[in-house]
Design a protein around this ligand. Sequence first.
Ligand code: ADP
Ligand code: ZN
Length: 523
Amino acid sequence: METAGQPALNVLQSIFGYDAFRHNQQAIVEHVISGGDALVLMPTGGGKSLCYQIPALVRSGTAVVVSPLIALMQDQVMALKQLGVKAAFLNSSLSAAQARDVEQQLEAGQIDLLYVAPERLLGERMLSFLERLPVALFAIDEAHCVSQWGHDFRPEYQQLRILHERFPSVPRIALTATADKRTRIEIIEQLKLQGAEVYLNSFDRHNIFYAIAEARQAKQQLWDFIQNQHANDAGIVYCLSRKKVEATAQWLSEQGRIALPYHAGLPAELRAHTQQRFLREEGIIIVATIAFGMGIDKPDVRFVAHLNLPKNIEAYYQETGRAGRDGLPANAWMAYGLQDVITLRQFMQDSQAPELIKRVEHHKLEAMLGLCELITCRRHALLAYFDEDAPEKCGHCDNCVNPPENFDATEVAQKALSCVYRTEQRFGVTYLIDILLGTDDDRIKANQHDQISTFGIGTELNATQWRGIFRQLIATGYLDIDISRYGALRLTEKCRAILRSEQTLLLRKQQDRKATTKAGKKQ
Ligand code: ADP
Ligand code: ZN
């Protein structure tokens, strides 16, 4: 008798054309083939699809793949068909006649892999239809969509637990590239996967070089980066707003690159067309909001650039993870500024989410900021966030290659913090800096803030340097942004020790304009 490994390897080689399994694909595939449940946590580009596609072909019956995105389904089915695999999808893009046709093929046992949207699968009609078929397995792709805390939450995903009750003997495999512990636990609970084998891969994307710089002339910084390192490469540039997407795409186009905007406000047809061009043509830059990316399988994206701060580390990891899926060197580059923090806080504050979720989001943003201001290895911190141990230094991020200089910032911090205090924690950064610099300003005079002790005491730094100090004080939790007061800064409990000179504070020395982006090389 053959072991499970042999037919699996055969399928891998003869159908998919690969020599060998990657990471722990083999163990996962064998486990599912033998009928076990599995939870697979693998970084983007790790090769999750094969983990269910191969068992689908080895086990008898139809494998049902739940997938949240219609575009993604269609791409996958098309790719499988090209390999000669009998695959189909059922979703709202099909006409009634087309759907009936797929159902007939299913009944005739002519389909090995069926991709289906969760809302479609969960209808009673579909469930009882499937009960009459031999189902090989259920694969639940993008399983983190069950998580209420995540940014891809889809309520219908939570109802997928019903599969366990209706099909107790059919193996289920849930897959995700989101790996924090909380999400992992939630997936197991929500999908009733307590008996599942958990396959946790390293989330290290060793071929990605991480670099984060403060934004000074962000557009120019971006252009220097692209021009010096990716003059002909495909890449993605993420921006927070649609307006900025449009403006940046336009600007890059003027510099001579093909740069296409992508955001949810553009017509669906145009978006689909843009996506196709990105996949098929070489050297295209997509400038996008976060609406772009999930499910885009383009292996040779050479860089992902952020012109704004992502709202949390999960998002940063996912978005940067779209670079270098082919395993070749790629860059994750970011320029961020204080305004990003204020805008994101504002978004969170204005959202309809319950208070508790807002608080979690707030903390997650703080962690993201922490990653930016870090003076030690980025990769170490990134992996630590996902509960993974990694060497203290990776040697392949900006901070490892070019350790940022510190300086004793106790005194300047005291000046900044007392300025906040003396103005009753009612003002934003720009105003505070004007006071520190002793700027002649009508509003300051009207408020009589030219009379307070901190007026003009900060002339040793310029406005940009002060911005950097405030940003770091916010990132490290000494100052807090009061969104209900238009971004006024407030002191936190942590400040006390500094104001009383009980603690010295080391901050990142303001870098010169040029940020490091690649091993040993200055832009
Ligand atoms: P994920 O869904 O985890 O992001 P995919 O399943 O799309 O990743 O796989 C990423 C890329 O790696 C795809 O181009 C896929 O064909 C390729 N791949 C997956 N497994 C292997 C393997 N064992 N050998 C070679 N290439 C592989
Ligand atoms: Zn490092």
